[in-house]
Design a protein around this ligand. Sequence first.
Ligand SMILES: [Zn+2]
Length: 331
Amino acid sequence: MLLRRALPVSTLQRRSSTIELRLQLPGYLLTRDAAVDFTGSAQPMAPRIDRLITLCLVQPFLRLLSQRAASIPILMYHSVSEQDESATGAYYRTSTTPDRFAAQMQWLKDQGYRSCSPAQATQYLRENMSGAGKQVVITFDDGYRDFYSHAFPVLQQYGFSAIVYLPTAFIGNTSIQFKGKDCLTWAEVRELRSYGMWFGSHTVNHPQLHDLGRAVIREEIRNSKQEIEEKLGCPVKSFAYPYAFPQTDVAFSRWLREALVAGGYSDGVCTMVGRAKRESDPLFLERLPINSCDDHDFFTAKLNGAYDWIAKPQYLAKLVKSRRFKPSGKG
Ligand SMILES: [Zn+2]
């Protein structure tokens, strides 16, 4: 609302191309990565703007502030593998190399973090983190098999649990591929559950929910929950929204929230960037996207809240995009 008042829709539409170019920081500019890895070797790439702002502007400013609001970082992983993503912009990469993932978990352990589920996180936040210590939620979307082979052993080594969000159409008795990568089987899911890993719903077919009819959305969120519960014999109450969360469509978000609650969900995560805070919606908790580009400095800055600023350009970019495709101003 504030943005609409500051910059009328007609102006937004007229300037949309320019604005979008600038706001695609996590796109054009983020393909240029000046990351220095955990061993200190510089990668031969040009500077990346979100990294520069985070490390050179926001982080030093935050260090001056003594009071911080209660918050919990929720890490968003997809795949832990050696997949080559050099052709993809750094912000959009979804793979973390096994070595980098291990270094990130080691750092969390060294810093005294303990892992909790999204449900526990919302409880801690409600209680203003009283007696909670340092908590982190580790999430994995899409149910890739490399969670079993590469992430799980490292999580075990450091005593962490993670929640894996399953698109159930791609989880079978034998491995099924999603986006060209093998997914977990139900036997592996059951084994991981026996070791304390959690599982949530990531719909059945991993669709763009926003584009679907409401009856179909209800089926997607109901059937995936039902199948995981049947296969694991335990309740499933957490949901991860697939793809970019349509946060600017307030009416849709409100309807979806009611549908999730009616469907038996108590908490969930989405792609809005930031740490989860006391005022966050428990059904749409913010997360921090993590991939191989998150070296020690960038990873720690994200955990400490210095990356939360990106939520504002992310929102503005979505607002501009939604206005371009819906000139009637619906919603
Ligand atoms: Zn997904």
